[in-house]
Design a protein around this ligand. Structure first.
Ligand code: 5GP
Length: 328
């Protein structure tokens, strides 16, 4: 029995640096990890310290990591008799970075999430693909391109709108056309995963619209604000989350003197945009990074599209880590 491999896997939702942890019984025995790492927990015998290996690590020896319970008590500020004072980051910092996407009442967010390998079987409905993008990523365009290449396999969820139907449009194809009253009722009933206003008309994507794509056995691709992830992260949809980040050029120093000289004005404008793009990516990463399965760095539309196509193909053939609650 001693030789049986542990089947318990956890996705780390925080960074751990043993050398900075005064509470550990042995710093050298600690296993450093970063948020998003998958850890195979070898033993949970001790209530405070588990032994674990990092999946994909060639190092065969297990190291010590704080147990879920211990880490929770520490994050909740109930740390044990000053044991972990030195390691304890300011709670304000953590809550600040956790932001809206976190649920402070949900300790899973803070520590570990138990995961398992999941492979979609041929008779199962395809997983939902969720694209989130930082500023400048233009994910809608990316989504449309990939779907246009392969419309029998991939589809968008048809949105609702209150704007009048144009002559060439068909209800239920481009949009579900509804009255403002209906839209408001639907909003109140939480039918939409996201909605917004454009030129005084309402637009929104419903949960039902996703279901109806999946019912046709097509892979539904949605691009949403990351806040929508909370609603979509269910066993029903098993979302695979792709974070599209535009490649942000290096800062000032890397630019040639010639460019600066000739494009002084443009230079400042661009620089501000670049700052904003960088900031937007950092913000999403801090708040939602733990929910992201894959980061796609977008150089240009053509290569990003090819990469996305590759990811979608693998999604149907290979297995991926998902929360155990999705498969039990
Ligand atoms: P149109 O009325 O020309 O079809 O769409 C105009 C704009 O409405 C789009 O460019 C987009 O900004 C917005 N829009 C379309 N569909 C949706 C949707 O599902 N949700 C949101 N929030 N906006 C949408």
């Amino acid at each position: 029995d001693r030789f049986r491999e542990s089947k318990v896997y956890m996705r780390a939702l925080f960074d751990y640096i043993p050398l900075e942890d005064k509470a550990t019984p042995c710093q050298e025995a600690g296993l450093p990890f970063t948020r998003g790492d998958i850890l195979q927990v070898v033993t949970q015998d001790d209530p405070t310290w588990w032994q674990a290996k990092r999946v994909g690590d060639s190092n065969l020896r297990a190291g010590l990591i704080p147990s879920k319970q211990f880490q929770e008590s520490y994050f909740n500020g109930q740390y044990i008799a000053g044991l972990r004072r030195s390691f304890r980051l300011s709670r304000k910092d953590r809550q600040g970075s956790a932001g809206e996407g976190s649920d402070p009442g949900d300790p899973d967010f803070m520590t570990y999430e138990e995961v398992t390998r999941y492979q979609q079987r041929p008779n199962e409905r395809p997983r939902l693909v969720v694209l989130i993008g930082s500023l400048g990523a233009r994910i809608n365009e990316l989504k449309q391109r990939v779907i246009a290449e392969n419309p029998h396999r991939y589809a968008v969820a048809v949105p609702h709108t209150t704007r009048p139907k144009k002559p060439h449009e068909k209800d239920g194809v481009e949009y579900h056309f509804v009255t403002k009253q209906q839209f408001d009722v639907d909003t109140l009933n939480n039918k939409f995963i996201e909605h917004g206003e454009y030129k005084e008309n309402q637009y929104g994507t419903s949960i039902e619209a996703i279901r109806s794509v999946q019912a046709k056995n097509k892979m539904c691709i949605v691009d949403v604000q990351p806040e929508a992830l909370k609603r979509l992260r269910t066993a029903e949809f098993k979302p695979y989350v792709i974070f599209v980040k535009p490649r942000v050029p290096e800062g000032r120093r890397r630019r040639s003197a010639v460019t600066i000289y000739f494009n002084l004005l443009l230079y400042f404008v661009q620089d501000e945009d670049i700052q904003e793009m960088r900031q937007s990516a950092i913000q999403i990463d801090q708040q939602y990074g733990h929910l992201v399965d894959r980061i796609l760095i977008k150089e240009d539309s053509v290569s990003a599209c090819a990469e996305l196509r590759g990811i979608l193909e693998r999604l149907e053939k290979e297995s991926f880590w998902v929360p155990v609650s999705w498969v039990r």
